[in-house]
Ligand binder design. Structure first.
Ligand SMILES: NC(=O)c1ccc[n+]([C@@H]2O[C@H](COP(=O)([O-])OP(=O)(O)OC[C@H]3O[C@@H](n4cnc5c(N)ncnc54)[C@H](O)[C@@H]3O)[C@@H](O)[C@H]2O)c1
Length: 281
């Protein structure tokens, strides 16, 4: 989708971090922008500050774990701006822990937001984008954690692997309809992701904070520290705009160093295992 001006973007997790930066860059591109987020105070502040970049910005309270809430937010967007063309399923939470410390509540929370949140966005908006026929683009925020297994056995990695896979499949299916798909796989970005617990609904029970002296505790602290020195979210948003304009499936924000080596190693192990297999049927 080359021409963004005058089109409408709906961005989940738009009150903070990468979602806010997407909102800003879309506003600067002359788009109408609906930010959707569970954290209503931050959402109001985000909308207010985006008015410095363009007039057509609104916010709507939305919990992406709840399909009715996403439907409600979509209707608010149609009422405000008409058709939606760019959907960013970006809301996400990190729930770090080690294998002995991941409660089932934690699995449910992270999968509900990071995976079902994306499913709910697609389920709500894809029929709408198909029906209006003006073209569209769906951006799903995954992570490098959806490409390698650096975080090990964790709800976060599981959710992000699923988002990568789902996006690849979706891209094939909607290409003939003139709809593009991008899966965003950032490395570390300077956001509030390490404070995800601020938006953990009570129904998922209390977060279990791993003992800082344990291996899991050290991993969580290391992740938070790396995020502090990560990329500026605005630079990530700029890559997403390029991907929308050129209809690119993958956006990676970190091309060199350990990320690439880890991926190469993973694929080499998988290919070696395939090569060991018999000829099959
Ligand atoms: N920051 C990083 O280093 C990094 C790296 C890879 C991927 N990501 C992904 O980027 C996306 C954005 O995260 P971020 O880093 O900007 O973090 P962030 O915490 O700054 O922003 C996440 C936003 O999602 C919102 N949110 C949380 N639960 C929600 C729910 N149930 N419904 C609606 N909104 C909800 C939060 O209120 C917040 O505004 C996430 O999917 C995250 O997994 C981040």
């Amino acid at each position: 989708m080359q021409d963004l001006a005058g089109k409408t973007a709906f961005v989940t997790g738009g009150a903070s971090g990468i979602g806010f930066a997407l909102g800003r860059i879309f506003t600067e591109a002359g788009m109408n922008v609906m930010l959707a987020d569970i954290e209503t105070d931050a959402l109001a502040a985000a909308v207010k500050s985006l008015h410095d970049f363009g007039p057509n910005v609104r916010g709507i309270a939305c919990d992406v774990t709840d399909p009715a809430s996403v439907e409600h937010a979509a209707k608010a967007s149609y009422q405000a701006f008409g058709n939606v063309h760019v959907l960013c399923n970006n809301a996400g939470v990190a729930g770090g822990s080690g294998i002995d410390n991941i409660s089932l509540d934690n699995w449910r929370w992270v999968l509900d937001v990071n995976l079902m949140g994306v499913v709910h966005g697609i389920h709500t908006f894809l029929p709408h984008i198909r029906a209006h026929g003006e073209g569209g683009h769906i951006v799903n925020t995954a992570s490098m954690a959806g490409m390698n297994s650096g975080l090990g056995f964790s709800p976060y990695s599981a959710s992000k692997f699923a988002v990568v896979n789902m996006s690849e499949g979706l891209a094939m299916q909607v290409k003939p309809l003139g709809i593009g798909v991008t899966v965003l796989c950032p490395g570390y970005v300077r956001t509030r992701i390490s404070e995800s617990g601020r938006n953990r609904p009570e129904r998922y029970g209390p977060a279990r904070i791993p003992d800082p002296a344990s291996a899991a505790g050290r991993l969580v602290a290391q992740q938070a520290e790396l995020a502090r020195y990560g990329l500026d979210p605005y630079d990530v948003a700029a890559q997403v705009v390029t991907a929308i304009r050129h209809d690119e499936l993958y956006v990676f924000t970190h091309s060199r160093g350990a990320w690439r080596a880890e991926l190469q190693e993973r694929f080499a192990v998988i290919l070696a295992a395939i090569d060991k297999a018999g000829p099959g049927a």
